[in-house]
Design a protein around this ligand. Structure first.
Ligand code: SAH
Length: 352
């Protein structure tokens, strides 16, 4: 089928088979104006011209894992490690609440210094102080019991990118003790437990093929997560992938638009990695159908230390305190930052 026709079909059916996915991955860029226009139209049907914000608190950069792409992998002896206390995390939330944030995302390495109960206590404390806010966790693969404990403590959402759906490709990015299967099982468990769950992948990670990306789109159609995070791979100088090229901004934008058309209601951030690689990257993401931005709400003195990849943005409009700057940027392309919790819903947007 002609690629423009395929895009129209995707816009009507919100589904793709693997061959169609491959065609869009390979040829979508030649039709990016059509893709971006339809993706924006779809996002506006679901969310109006609202952009949801999430305050990202990177509370520990200790990690027991050794993912080959990640700057905070345990083997990186040059990483300056830090952990935040419960009180420091609560202080971030208080500051964020004052700025208008109503979702707090606690992200970190897989750091067993915090017991399951420590994390539960942190979630309970945030929910007690800010009952009108959502709490999102993003701290890796755990047992069903642990996820259930944190859900009961009040966690609403969980981000766990599947990274790549293909087991063989997964094995080229991770040491043998980590598996694609376990990570995918965690995502199904999170959904079953009632979390709004977020999957996702890096674009242009080493050894990635177009077929791998097509499999990612097939996996997402099976899982049907409420959130999808994608961003370009960016090398970090202290990892085994230090000499690998970064992923393509254009392909990331094409995939954002395809994801928006596949999943009209999904919560889809314009990620920090996209902003890091391209000037105005987050605005490009919105123009490709993204509807979420996650500014950095970590304490100033640790922001430069959560370095997953080189040159990671953490200042300027990326910083939560600069929300006004971000509001201006977003307004300049006809959107507006809103202070709502921004939960997943399949209700179409109606002007309130
Ligand atoms: N430990 C948590 C949080 C991981 S950091 C977890 O296991 O989910 C969040 C995401 O950053 C990862 O899922 C990965 O997709 C992305 N990331 C890590 N290193 C990266 C790199 N070098 N370039 C781009 N994205 C990277």
């Amino acid at each position: 089928m002609d690629t423009a026709l395929l895009i129209e079909k995707l816009n009507n059916t919100h589904s793709l088979n693997k061959d169609e996915a491959l065609q869009l991955i390979k040829q979508g860029a030649q039709h990016k104006n059509l893709l971006f226009a339809l993706a924006q139209q779809t996002a506006q049907k679901s969310f109006g011209r609202q952009i949801f914000v999430r305050g990202l608190i990177e509370f520990t950069n200790y990690c027991k894992n050794d993912c080959y792409y990640c700057g905070i992998r345990r083997s990186n002896k040059n990483a300056a490690r830090y952990r935040l206390t419960q009180e420091e995390i609560l202080e971030c939330c208080r500051a964020g609440y004052g700025l208008g944030f109503r979702t707090f995302v606690l992200q970190g390495g897989e750091d067993y210094f915090y017991s399951d109960e420590d994390i539960a206590a942190i979630v309970r404390a945030i929910k007690a102080q800010h009952p009108d806010c959502a709490v999102t966790l993003s701290i890796g693969e755990r047992s069903r019991e642990t996820y259930a404990l944190w859900k009961k403590a009040g966690a609403d959402r969980y981000l766990l990118r599947h990274e790549t759906a293909d087991c063989a490709h997964y094995a080229k990015l991770h040491p043998a003790e980590l598996s694609a299967q376990n990570r995918q099982n965690c995502l199904y468990t999170l959904k079953e437990l009632g979390y709004q769950a977020g999957a996702g992948f890096m674009v242009g990670s080493p050894y990635q093929t177009a077929e791998n990306l097509a499999d990612d789109l097939m996996f997402l159609q099976k899982l049907r997560p409420q959130m999808i995070g994608i961003g370009p791979f960016i090398p970090h100088h202290d990892t085994p992938f230090k000499d690998e090229p970064a992923g393509s901004v254009e392909l990331t934008l094409v995939l954002l638009a395809v994801l928006r058309l596949l999943f009209p209601h999904v919560l889809l951030p314009a990620t920090t990695a996209l902003g890091t690689l391209a000037p105005g990257g987050r605005l490009l993401g919105i123009k490709a159908g993204a509807n979420v931005i996650m500014p950095n709400l970590s304490p100033q003195n640790v922001r430069g230390k959560y370095l997953l990849y080189d040159n990671k943005l953490h200042t300027g409009a990326e910083a939560a305190e600069a929300l006004n700057e971000l509001k201006r940027e977003v307004a300049s392309i006809g959107y507006r930052i809103v202070s709502a919790r921004g939960d997943y819903t399949e209700e179409p947007w109606t002007q309130g």
